[in-house]
Design a protein around this ligand. Structure first.
Ligand SMILES: Nc1ncnc2c1ncn2[C@@H]1O[C@H](COP(=O)(O)OP(=O)(O)O)[C@@H](O)[C@H]1O
Ligand SMILES: [Mg+2]
Length: 259
């Protein structure tokens, strides 16, 4: 059974406040996919194609206008008690802005545990030490503030925060695009290692088609909110059906030759 499936997700935003002339922008025009435990779905497409909107819907931060989302066999858009927070977590592009600068790492990592209310103080500290080790940091880092870390270390902290409640799905919105190239591979390798250890499923939003090919099982190509193409990575990349995917692949190949 798939862990997560999306069926014909649609979303529009109102873009004019004029009551005589209401205008809507259709940002998602029927997006569908399935994601199995421990697997990675890449979402690719140019800026403005609706990737981050889809990400926010997948972690329950926004409601779609139409469509269904199933977690295992649960219809979670209809279930008022579904614990989104424990099952699906997000990692953002820029850890410099996604971490609270005034909170120590300990406070940042303890917050989801306090909200979940299942562990006492001692157990929370144990869990924090365990997760810091999982992401390649040390427990003595816990007393420090985000600005005292490098970009890569900050992204490790953001990953740790996402892992605190043992989610099944991580939605990563361009998680390495704000990092130095030398650090990107380390974070990708960490994500791969965590996926193997914890059987995590990833929705991995990325511009980097080379990385997507290396890292993902399935790929969803989006263009102006439209699902251009969806399928297994090898199939989509070796025999793209849509002219938009072909253009994306060409652009990415051109870019690689030059660098
Ligand atoms: N809250 C919002 N209100 C109005 N328009 C929005 C809102 N959020 C996103 N959009 C628009 O939706 C489109 C898709 O945005 P986004 O999902 O961020 O795309 P991507 O992540 O692929 O760059 C863009 O045109 C963006 O301006
Ligand atoms: Mg985006």
């Amino acid at each position: 059974m798939p862990l997560l499936s999306a069926k014909l997700i649609r979303k529009s935003y109102k873009v004019s406040n004029n009551p005589f002339k209401q205008r809507y922008l259709e940002v998602l025009k029927g997006i569908s996919f399935t994601l199995n435990p421990g697997q990675t779905l890449a979402v690719v497409g140019e800026s403005g194609s609706g990737k981050s909107t889809l990400a926010r819907i997948l972690v329950g931060a926004e409601q779609p206008d139409k469509g269904q989302l199933f977690f295992q066999d649960k219809d979670i858009l209809q279930d008022k008690h579904f614990p989104w927070y424990q099952n699906m977590r997000m990692i953002f592009q820029n850890p410099a802005t996604s971490l609270n600068p005034r909170a120590t790492i300990l406070q940042t990592l303890e917050e989801p545990l306090i909200n979940a209310g299942q562990l006492n103080h001692h157990q929370r500290l144990e869990r924090i030490a365990e997760v810091l080790e999982l992401v390649g940091l040390r427990s003595e880092h816990a007393q420090r503030y985000p600005h005292t870390f490098s970009g890569g270390q900050r992204q490790r902290i953001a990953i740790a925060r996402a892992l605190m409640l043992q989610p099944k799905v991580i939605v990563a919105d361009e998680p390495v695009s704000a990092l130095d190239v030398s650090v990107q591979a380390q974070i990708i390798n960490l994500l791969i290692e965590l996926q193997e250890k914890l059987e995590l499923a990833y929705v991995f939003i990325s511009h980097d088609l080379g990385l997507v090919q290396h890292f993902s099982d399935k790929v969803l190509v989006m263009h102006n909110g439209q699902q251009e193409e969806y399928g297994r990575v090898q199939e989509v990349f070796s025999q793209p059906q849509s002219s938009y995917t072909i253009e994306l692949l060409k652009a990415s190949a051109g870019y690689k030759r030059k660098s």
